[in-house]
Design a protein around this ligand. Structure first.
Ligand SMILES: *Cc1c(COP(=O)(O)O)cnc(C)c1O
Length: 359
């Protein structure tokens, strides 16, 4: 109950609960020095050149941003070696995923996704009155593409594939996706959500190079939020057939890729070498965390993102709470497991020690 006649699908949505922050955990448990490794953020600030570009752009925020983000789009197209009309920018890649739903999903249309996966998908599908069809992950936590293909039916408009998948961390190769594409009708959009691409094995292939030209119904989404350390600014991009980009552009909320987000993303593309150093250090830490956990007998899938997935099932809530009481905030998925973001060496050590203590 409340004022106004809210749409039933909105009324039924859970209120957005941001992941618990370190400060909140400190207040709740009467502790200090809590760390948050719950949102897959980059623990490192962006390179100085990127920060400087953002600061310089701040002087111009009395103006609206360039709605079409022409400079960023041109730079992305040149870098990715695709035509400019194959690239859209959005308010984070979440913005683009929402645009896909707004542009393509009508009431009753189905969107198929392996599950568990990114928690924003059900929300975007609900908001457009679509129906989410979830396909359970395989026993080994990987995406069962045969089962996903089998779930595509006459009402399916789109398939969402997060690779690496959040929260399980496993990734698909472009060869696997290409094999899947052959089984999917060409009027069904297949969204390849690569929010964590920069942390995954390059041998898995590049969906932009290997899939977009070959299958016009593939939409690749990527983000500056994770590897590039710009989560707070909100910029992401999509690569797809120009006809899809045209529709996505129509439903981009005006100026939502703001001036600072554009400046930061442009500067990040000029600082790729420095960003790679940070990514490499996170990959080295990921290897260290994986080895340490496995050495103590913990079993979990090989991570391809900047996080590890510990499928501890029924112990999830208890372990997450025990960690939190000791100042280590991770992301629990009740009854399934915890997702732990790879961070600085000191924070990773803190997690490893505390996890050993509580399990
Ligand atoms: C973090 C994440 C995104 C998008 O993040 P943005 O900050 O909106 O770019 C998209 N997909 C998955 C699977 C994610 O984990």
């Amino acid at each position: 109950m409340g004022v106004g006649r809210v749409r039933p699908v909105v009324s039924a949505l859970a209120a957005y609960r941001p992941g618990k922050g370190a400060k909140q955990a400190e207040a709740e448990h009467g502790i200090s020095d809590a760390i948050k490794i719950a949102s897959n953020e980059n623990p490192y600030a962006p390179p100085a050149s990127v920060q400087k570009a953002i600061q310089a752009a701040a002087a111009g925020v009395n103006r609206y941003s360039d709605h079409g983000a022409a400079e960023l789009r041109a730079k992305l197209a040149a870098w990715l070696d695709v035509d400019q009309d194959c690239v859209a920018v959005g308010c984070g890649s979440s913005g683009l995923l929402q645009q896909v739903c707004v542009a393509y999903i009508e009431p009753g249309d189905e969107v198929v996704t392996p599950w568990r996966s990114f928690e924003a998908y059900p929300i975007f599908v609900a908001l457009t009155n679509g129906e989410l069809v979830t396909v359970p992950l395989a026993e080994d936590h990987s995406i069962d593409l045969d089962a996903v293909a089998a779930a595509v039916g006459p009402r399916t408009k789109a398939v969402m594939l997060a690779t690496p998948n959040n929260p399980t961390g496993l990734a698909l190769s472009t060869a696997q996706i290409a094999e899947f594409m052959v089984k999917v009708p060409d009027d069904v959009l297949v969204v390849v959500d690569e929010a964590y691409r920069e942390f995954s094995d390059p041998a898995l292939g590049d969906p932009v190079k290997d899939l977009v030209g070959r299958f016009p119904n593939v939409v690749v989404t990527r983000t500056f939020s994770k590897a590039y350390g710009l989560a707070g600014l909100r910029s992401g991009y999509a690569v797809a057939d120009p006809s899809v980009i045209e529709q996505l552009d129509k439903v981009l909320l005006a100026f939502s890729v703001n001036i600072l987000a554009q400046a930061g993303a442009i500067a990040a593309l000029d600082a790729l070498d420095e960003i790679q150093v940070l990514v490499d250090s996170l990959l080295a830490e990921r290897a260290r965390v994986v080895d340490s956990l496995r050495a103590s007998g913990v079993d979990f899938p090989d991570p391809q993102g900047n996080f590890v997935w510990l499928p501890i099932g029924d112990r999830t809530d208890e372990v997450a709470l025990a960690l939190e009481q000791r100042g280590v905030v991770v992301r629990p998925f009740s009854g399934e497991g915890i997702r732990v973001t790879i961070s600085t060496p000191a924070e990773n050590d803190r997690f490893l020690t505390t996890y050993a203590e509580v399990t």
